[in-house]
Ligand binder design. Structure first.
Ligand SMILES: Cc1cc2nc3c(=O)[nH]c(=O)nc-3n(C[C@H](O)[C@H](O)[C@H](O)COP(=O)(O)OP(=O)(O)OC[C@H]3O[C@@H](n4cnc5c(N)ncnc54)[C@H](O)[C@@H]3O)c2cc1C
Length: 415
């Protein structure tokens, strides 16, 4: 099993009792001048940006951190804030080289498309990607023009997101999941959960900036702040999370247009704080991310309500829109709504509540994101990902002895 920078939240890049290949030394990148770059699969998006951005090329899809490898980005078929327009990472990869147990292959969406798409989102289970050819995005600056809007309820922010799909390349809403519930219809006065801050952005062109600000894009900064090694247990509890969410909401403008922000503040705010995950203390937290189809947007409100009623606060809750799916049988995105939650471990009600959310998501035709998962049950997994046969037939072809496994694949019965 390959391991990149270990930024998946669960057991995807682990294989107890087996061999895990550290990909971080598989580096190297070709010249990027034509907009396409061949990259070693162990190269981080941060390192790729350091090379490509000063020449005017940005990564076409970026997650909330630059600290993931190109191989990890492909294996999880990651999405960014632009999925509704640009799709997932693999859509921008024109070819990959993959070491399967039966040999080294160069594959693409045209050449052995089955293997290519089974690998995109396939969580490393088809083989080890050694390099990928990525189509980059031309940008004139390293700044964004950001519109911010504050909404007092979930229905309103979801309507605004739908209406703005075509106008903004990037769109993301922070949703308050700290207090009692929720959407307009059930909302009682003074209740907080479900209120939201929506930020939507496009890349700034040189002409959008004041003359003194017009400079070519520069490489990303290094993390400025560190987190102490020992953080007291319970630092993030229901009250501190509620206070953080309150401050976050009140800090946001009711409506602001075309604020110039650096790419790093807009795309990767957590990268400014080294080891931010330590803030959760020794018990840590569960990331829970799901997607539901367009017609089942009401499940988002139901999930926020469920968490709120059980008094299970989420430190960060991030809502995005997804566009068309990738052809990959294990790829996560589907057209609709995705909500990502950071839930501190500790409350006794958490495991059963998450089981209930799994059932709600599966019943709505949705799924949870494997790159974030550490606890899904195999029966619901096959309901959420109904094309497992396709993955299995590709794996039988390239790995007949079943060598590629991970703790995740064993937990979910993918062997
Ligand atoms: C702060 C933060 C924000 C995030 N935001 C987003 C987001 O907005 N959107 C999103 O989609 N994801 C997001 N993620 C998740 C992250 O993008 C994925 O988990 C990604 O796969 C991590 O890459 P990695 O290099 O760390 O891979 P790892 O975590 O090391 O591995 C992930 C999977 O990829 C496989 N893999 C890794 N390298 C290879 C290779 N060379 N060949 C074959 N398989 C390989 C592993 O076997 C494993 O199954 C976020 C994670 C963090 C920590």
């Amino acid at each position: 099993m390959a391991r990149g920078l270990g930024r998946s939240y669960g057991d995807a890049a682990q294989c107890s009792g087996g061999t895990v290949v550290d990909m971080r030394s598989i580096l190297g990148a070709s010249d990027v001048s034509g907009g396409e770059v061949e990259v070693g699969a162990g190269m981080s998006l941060d390192a790729l940006l350091r090379r490509a951005l000063p020449a005017g090329w940005f990564i076409p899809v970026t997650p909330g951190t630059r600290q993931v490898t190109v191989g990890g980005a492909l294996a999880a078929d990651i999405h960014g804030k632009n999925h509704h327009l640009d799709g997932s990472f693999a859509r921008h990869v024109s070819a990959i080289t993959i070491a399967t147990p039966t040999g080294l292959r160069r594959v693409s969406a045209n050449e052995d498309a089955e293997l290519f798409w089974a690998t995109a989102g396939g969580m490393g289970l088809t083989g080890i990607v050694t390099s990928a050819r990525v189509r980059m995005l031309r940008v004139e600056t390293d700044r964004m023009l950001v519109d911010t809007d504050r909404f007092s309820d979930l229905d309103a922010v979801m309507s605004a997101m739908e209406a703005g799909d075509a106008r903004y390349r990037y769109s993301v809403a922070w949703v308050d999941c700290s207090g009692p519930a929720i959407s307009t219809r059930q909302r009682a006065p003074g209740l907080r959960a479900g209120r939201a801050v929506l930020t939507r952005a496009v890349h700034a062109r040189l002409e959008d900036l004041a003359p003194a600000e017009r400079r070519p894009p520069a490489a990303p900064p290094r993390p400025a702040l560190g987190t102490p090694r020992r953080v007291p247990r319970g630092l993030l509890n229901r009250l501190s999370i509620a206070a953080f969410n309150e401050a976050w909401y009140l800090r946001a403008p009711v409506h602001r247009e075309a604020e110039v922000q650096s790419m790093w503040r807009f795309f990767h705010p957590l990268d400014g704080v080294a080891d931010w995950n330590r803030l959760y203390g020794p018990r840590g937290f569960v990331q829970y991310q799901f997607v539901v189809p367009e017609k089942s947007g009401d499940v988002v409100a139901a999930v926020v309500r469920e968490l709120s009623e059980r008094r299970l606060p989420s430190f960060l809750a991030v809502l995005k829109r997804f566009g068309a799916s990738s052809p990959g049988p294990l790829s996560f995105p589907m057209p609709g709504w995705t909500l990502a939650l950071d839930l501190p471990i500790g409350p006794q009600a958490l495991p059963t509540c998450l089981d209930r959310l799994d059932a709600m998501v599966a019943a709505a035709g949705g799924r949870v994101y494997l790159a974030k998962d550490s606890r899904l049950r195999p029966d619901l997994f096959s309901t959420m990902y109904p094309r497992l046969e396709e993955l299995s037939s590709v794996r039988q072809r390239v790995d007949p002895a079943g060598l590629m496994r991970s703790d995740l694949s064993r937990r979910l019965g993918l062997d």
